[in-house]
Design a protein around this ligand. Structure first.
Ligand SMILES: NC(=O)c1ccc[n+]([C@@H]2O[C@H](COP(=O)([O-])OP(=O)(O)OC[C@H]3O[C@@H](n4cnc5c(N)ncnc54)[C@H](OP(=O)(O)O)[C@@H]3O)[C@@H](O)[C@H]2O)c1
Length: 243
C-alpha cells in the first residue's frame, strides 16, 4: 500500500544512494525535499522530483545552517514526516598520516550533523505522534576498516545515537533505524583500484556489488507502515559480507 501526502527530507539526494532513495520515495507517493551541496545538484533533484518535491542547498559541515535550513522548511509549511540522513564522505588514511581536518570533517558530516538534523525535526514528529528517522551507516562501522578510522568511528557512533533516540521517542510513534550498506556501486567507491576491488569482491558471498536500488528498498520498507514495530535496529544490506 502506498504512503500518501507525507514529506521526506533526504540529505545527499543528487546522486548515488540518496538519489535512488528519493526517487523510490516519490514513486511511493511521498513528497521529497532533497539536499545537495551544489546548485548543480539542486537542479538534478528538481529535474527528477518535478512537482513531487524540490532541491535545497545544504552543507552538513556548517552545523548552524542545518538548523536554519530545516526551520525554513517548516516555515514554508512542510512538515517533515520522514528524515533520511544519507549524505556522507570518506577521507581514508592510516592513523599515522591522518590530520586533524580529515578526522574532524568526517566526524562532522557523517555523525555530528545527524544530531542537528534529528534535533530539528524531532519536536514536530513528537507533536504529530508519528515519524521515521533512517540513517545510512556503513559496514565499516561494524567491522572496522584499515585506513578508515575517521569513517568507521563516524559510522559506529551512529549506533549509540540511534538506539538512544529510539528509546526516547518509542512511545511517540516515531521509529529510528539504520540501514547499513556493504559495497554499493556509486561514485563513493570510484577511487578503489583494481586490486582493492578484487579483494573486496572476494569477501562478498554474493560475489557482486550492491545496487543503489537495493539500499533504497530497505529504506522504503523502514519508512513504511509495515515497519511500524521496528525501532533501534540496523538493517544490513551487504550481500552476506557481514552477518
Ligand atoms: N557506496 C558505498 O559503497 C557505501 C557503502 C556504505 C555506506 N555508504 C554510505 O552511503 C551514503 C551515500 O553514499 P553514496 O555511495 O551514495 O556516495 P556519493 O554518490 O558519493 O554521494 C554522497 C552524497 O553526500 C553528499 N555530501 C557530501 N558531502 C556533503 C556535505 N558536506 N554536506 C551535505 N551533503 C554532502 C553529496 O552531495 P554533493 O554531491 O552535492 O556534494 C552526495 O549527494 C554515505 O553516507 C556513505 O557513507 C556508501
Amino acid at each position: 500500500m502506498k504512503n500518501i501526502k507525507k514529506t521526506a527530507l533526504v540529505t545527499g539526494a543528487n546522486k548515488g544512494i540518496g538519489k535512488a532513495i528519493a526517487i523510490k520515495l516519490i514513486k511511493n507517493g511521498i513528497k521529497v525535499i532533497g539536499t545537495s551541496t551544489t546548485q548543480y545538484g539542486v537542479q538534478i533533484i528538481n529535474k527528477y522530483a518535478k512537482k513531487n518535491g524540490f532541491g535545497l542547498i545544504l552543507d552538513l559541515k556548517d552545523t548552524n545552517s542545518i538548523t536554519e535550513k530545516i526551520k525554513e522548511i517548516y516555515k514554508n509549511k512542510y512538515a517533515i514526516d520522514i528524515l533520511i540522513n544519507n549524505a556522507g564522505i570518506k577521507l581514508d588514511k592510516l592513523l599515522v598520516y591522518m590530520n586533524d581536518q580529515e578526522w574532524e570533517d568526517v566526524i562532522k558530516i557523517n555523525l555530528t550533523s545527524i544530531f542537528y538534523t534529528s534535533k530539528a525535526v524531532i519536536r514536530s514528529m513528537i507533536k504529530k505522534k508519528s515519524g521515521r528517522i533512517i540513517t545510512i551507516s556503513s559496514i565499516i562501522g561494524y567491522i572496522g576498516g584499515k585506513g578508515q578510522i575517521n569513517y568507521s568511528t563516524s559510522k559506529s557512533g551512529l549506533i549509540g545515537f540511534h538506539k538512544s533516540l529510539a528509546l526516547e521517542v518509542a512511545s511517540k510513534g516515531i521509529t529510528v533505524n539504520i540501514v547499513s550498506p556493504g559495497l554499493i556501486q556509486t561514485d563513493f567507491i570510484k577511487d578503489l583500484n583494481i586490486f582493492q576491488y578484487k579483494k573486496y569482491l572476494s569477501q562478498i558471498p554474493m560475489k557482486r556489488l550492491g545496487k543503489v536500488e537495493e539500499i533504497a528498498d530497505a529504506v522504503i520498507f523502514l519508512s513504511s507502515k509495515k515497519a511500524s514495530y521496528i525501532t533501534g535496529q540496523t538493517l544490513h544490506v551487504n550481500g552476506g559480507m557481514y552477518m
